[in-house]
Design a protein around this ligand. Structure first.
Ligand code: IPD
Ligand code: CA
Length: 261
């Protein structure tokens, strides 16, 4: 059953990825959301419409939660969690680091995750308990032991006060690690942990659609994905790291109050 759902999610992600890549108008219609720098384009809406249409046609009883407004309860116990464009600012500027992110969750957590980068064509996927894959090949996190040698990814929210705090945290983290990357799409950051392109990732302020698919993919690739002080990963804070790095990174982030504004 989950194999069929994975195929469905993969097909939908690829269809939305093709739309975003091939139908991008030279001038995007832009509206702002939470702040002046938090933007949504007409293509975010078009891609979410396509995802919902395609998934609903096959799964009429499932629920939907999408960044651009999809919000339906459903009756099957399964909910699709959608980010039609993760990395909208990259999309706006023509930076090739954005993704279509599709997660499917049940009462116990995430069941399926698919993240597709339309420009590279890469597609990461995972099913609960069955490992993680990049373009069909199994992937694993790196096994670094020393935080000082670790390459970290992170991201920043759209609110100025929160960004000021995130800069404070970063100031303390940066001298303690190999280096930092800020790529601009949380789902791709989580997939980067999963396939060893970075060692670990942390960010405050992620929404469910930023975390859903990439979180499962990172976990299935061997990462621990959690928050601080025994809390699950969520809007407060997401830390995704190989087991051996999680403790030292969490300690550093806690000491710098990374889960507080
Ligand atoms: C954003 C990106 C970004 C992260 C922000 C997210 P969006 O998602 O994932 O990397 O730092 O927290 O909101 O707005 O491009 O879908
Ligand atoms: Ca988005």
């Amino acid at each position: 059953m989950t194999n069929e759902l994975l195929t469905l999610a993969t097909d939908a992600a690829r269809a939305a990825a093709t739309l975003l890549r091939d139908q991008r108008p030279s001038t995007l219609q832009i509206a702002t959301k939470s702040t002046a720098t938090d933007v949504v384009t007409d293509m975010d809406h078009a891609a979410e419409r396509l995802l919902v249409q395609q998934l609903r046609a096959a799964r009429p009883d499932d629920g939907f939660l999408g960044e651009e407004g999809a919000d339906e309860q459903g009756t099957s116990g399964l909910t699709w969690v959608l980010d039609p464009i993760d990395g909208t600012v990259n999309y706006l500027y023509g930076i090739p680091g954005y993704a279509v992110s599709i997660g499917l969750r049940d009462g116990s957590g995430m069941v399926i995750g698919v993240v597709c980068n339309p420009v590279s064509g890469e597609l990461w996927s995972a099913q609960r308990g069955q490992g993680a894959f990049l373009d069909g090949h199994p992937i694993r996190v790196n096994e670094p032991t020393d935080l000082a040698m670790a390459l970290l990814a992170t991201g920043f929210g759209y609110d100025a006060a929160r960004r000021a705090r995130q800069a404070d945290v970063l100031r303390s983290v940066l001298p303690r690690v190999r280096d930092i990357r800020r790529f601009g799409a949380a789902s791709l950051d989580l997939c980067a942990v999963a396939c060893g392109r970075v060692d670990a990732y942390y960010e405050r302020g992620l929404k469910p659609w930023d975390l859903a698919a990439g979180g499962l993919i990172a976990e299935e690739a061997g990462a621990r994905v959690d928050g601080l002080a025994g809390r699950p990963a969520g809007e407060d804070l997401v830390i995704a790291a190989p087991q051996a790095l999680f403790g030292p990174l969490a300690e550093l982030l806690a000491a710098n109050r990374a889960a507080e504004d």
